[in-house]
Ligand binder design. Sequence first.
Ligand SMILES: Nc1ncnc2c1ncn2[C@@H]1O[C@H](COP(=O)(O)OP(=O)(O)O)[C@@H](O)[C@H]1O
Ligand SMILES: [Mg+2]
Length: 237
Amino acid sequence: MSAILTLQNVEADIGGSRILRGVNLEVMPGEVVALMGRNGVGKTTTLRTIVGLQPNRAGEIVYEGRSINRLATDVRARAGIANVPQGRDIFPHLTVQENLQTGLSAKRRSRIEVRDALDRVYDLFPVLREMLKRKGGVLSGGQQQQLAIGRALLTDPKLLILDEPTEGIQPSIIDHIGDTLKALKKEGGLAMLLVEQYVDFCRETADRFYAMDRGAIEISGPIAELTDEVVKEHLEV
Ligand SMILES: Nc1ncnc2c1ncn2[C@@H]1O[C@H](COP(=O)(O)OP(=O)(O)O)[C@@H](O)[C@H]1O
Ligand SMILES: [Mg+2]
């Protein structure tokens, strides 16, 4: 089986500084991969190069067998890469319903397909159905995170990218989000690349991990190899 996503020696600069120094990683179809590392090591920058928000100065980003380095963000999105950015980034002045509708524009669908896609998101995140007319900005952090994931799923992605989905969220909602990611994985087909500092969440949801430091991957392996020693050496402050 070939990877859905491969990063080969990806380098990126921000404001004249080298932030990514040759990142190599792979996501297989249907696999959940955790990208871990301390603050400031380049996790978010790595995700931004994949979705096209940050140019890579060298290296290759290969998605479904072709290089996507030069494709615009919206083209990558239509090809099946969905992004749930750090800090969630929903539209605060739009209602929940309007926020979800922005996810539907990525793909042509019949009325029935739209209804089924929305029903699936409401089944995964029942709170969204209750809050359809509320403005995104008045939701709690956890509700906004569910909205951001719901919106991403409405694009019908093949690769879901999540940047710190548990950050600043209360434990009961973290559990629900973890269960939802596991349920999506079980359904099959959807690959996920998850940036996350919460180690137990990664152990619960991911198949494999990569640990990053100063712009490059230091160690990787099956999630069972994310031992306390590895955490201490590579992830703890
Ligand atoms: N817009 C920016 N301007 C200047 N430096 C930035 C910017 N974004 C990120 N950086 C720097 O790039 C490095 C990696 O950042 P980031 O990818 O956000 O790290 P992480 O997500 O692992 O915490 C950090 O040292 C950060 O200070
Ligand atoms: Mg980050």
